[in-house]
Design a protein around this ligand. Structure first.
Ligand code: COI
Length: 349
């Protein structure tokens, strides 16, 4: 289906799979497919390497660029499975529509994933807390000055072996001034610009000693939306509470998996609007038991501190937590093929 040019050298022997820094080590091949003359051209797999771009490439100027993050895991029999790739493909195409870009046909997208990962199968780590991170992205390639949708696009997938995104619980600060996403905006799309816009407020929080922001709604800054590059979840009085998705909150696949696994485990879980005030009240009266982020890169990342306007709340010792650990264990077990995949989430390559 695709043209394949196999790399005549591999850098795999230089990789220390026991100490992988997130997002800095890349597998040998990537997939490229161009959209020209109103249609997708034949895709190709080629050695990983730089892309050459015209300086007027529209994505660089007007930000017409989207991406996805997904993972593949080594299975007990030595095989490899992708986790919920169909859901990522669907979300990718939802982002494409929002950003006025052509959708990638689902069957071609899936075949590209399978062939690329088959070729670089040796790059899928075989140890606890590690996986192959898959980064599909799409960007506008017309060389043109002036704001309009591009006519041509490039779709690329590369992969990288990864370990943990955060190596310790994160200190988060509730953001009351800056905004990640506004109603009617692009917050529910995985648009590159959403991440660019978050950098400055995150840097200000970093300067104050926090790792990440707990984003609130743009209009009133009274409701919790996301946590840095993750969805957020809280446990108050034993109930797991996950901020509802909307056009300002990304519909996280890890978020959805965590909710479904919580239901399977008989955990009391609800997805709804979460007020900063109720969270602060729970922090003050000792009923805010756990807080964690849910994301593909970050998986289940515990929060150590929540910075409110006037004070910092230190979460209880994670050794006393139950729900976040149960969710993480259940998620890991399914992805690593150690428990029954009752939801049909693992897709072998
Ligand atoms: C992911 O969780 O895969 C993300 O997209 C976050 C990323 C910006 C590292």
């Amino acid at each position: 289906m695709f043209d394949i040019q196999v790399s005549n050298s591999s850098s795999i022997d230089s990789v220390d799979f026991e100490n992988i820094a997130f997002g800095q080590v890349f597998s040998d091949h990537l997939f490229v497919m161009d959209y020209d003359d109103g249609k997708w051209q034949k895709g190709r797999i080629q050695p990983f390497g730089p892309l050459t771009l015209n300086p007027a490439t529209m994505a660089l100027h007007y930000g017409q660029a989207i991406f996805e993050g997904m993972k593949a895991y080594r299975q007990p029999d030595g095989g490899v499975s992708m986790f919920r790739p169909g859901d990522n493909i669907q979300r990718f195409n939802i982002s494409a529509v929002r950003m006025c870009m052509p959708e990638v046909p689902e069957d071609i997208f899936m075949q590209a994933l399978v062939e690329l990962i088959q070729l670089d199968k040796a790059w899928v780590p075989n140890n606890e807390n590690s996986s192959l991170y898959i980064r599909p992205f799409l960007f506008a390639t017309d060389s043109h000055v002036g704001v309009r949708p591009s006519h041509s696009y490039r779709f690329v997938i590369f992969t990288c072996p990864v370990a943990k995104y955060y190596d310790k619980p994160v200190k988060v600060k509730v953001e009351f001034d800056y905004t990640r996403a506004a109603v009617g905006g692009t917050g529910a799309a995985k648009a590159a610009g959403n991440y660019a816009g978050s950098l400055y407020p995150t840097k200000l929080a970093n300067d104050q000693g926090y790792d990440q922001l707990l984003w609130t709604d743009a209009k009133s800054h009274t409701c919790i939306e996301e946590c840095g590059t993750m969805n957020a979840a809280f446990v108050v009085n034993g109930q797991m509470i996950v901020p509802a998705t909307s056009d300002t909150v990304l519909a996280g696949i890890t978020r959805d998996s965590a909710i479904k696994l919580a239901q399977d485990l008989g955990i009391d879980v609800v997805s709804r609007t979460v007020q900063v005030a109720e969270l602060e009240k729970a922090a003050k009266n000792g009923t805010l038991n756990e807080a964690f982020g849910l994301g593909t890169a970050a998986t289940v990342s515990l929060m150590s501190t929540i910075g409110f306007k006037e004070w910092d709340f230190e979460l209880p010792d994670p050794a006393t937590w139950t729900i976040a650990h149960q969710i993480k264990d259940a998620l890991d077990s399914v992805r690593l093929g150690r428990s029954e995949d009752t939801h049909g989430w693992n897709i072998p390559v």
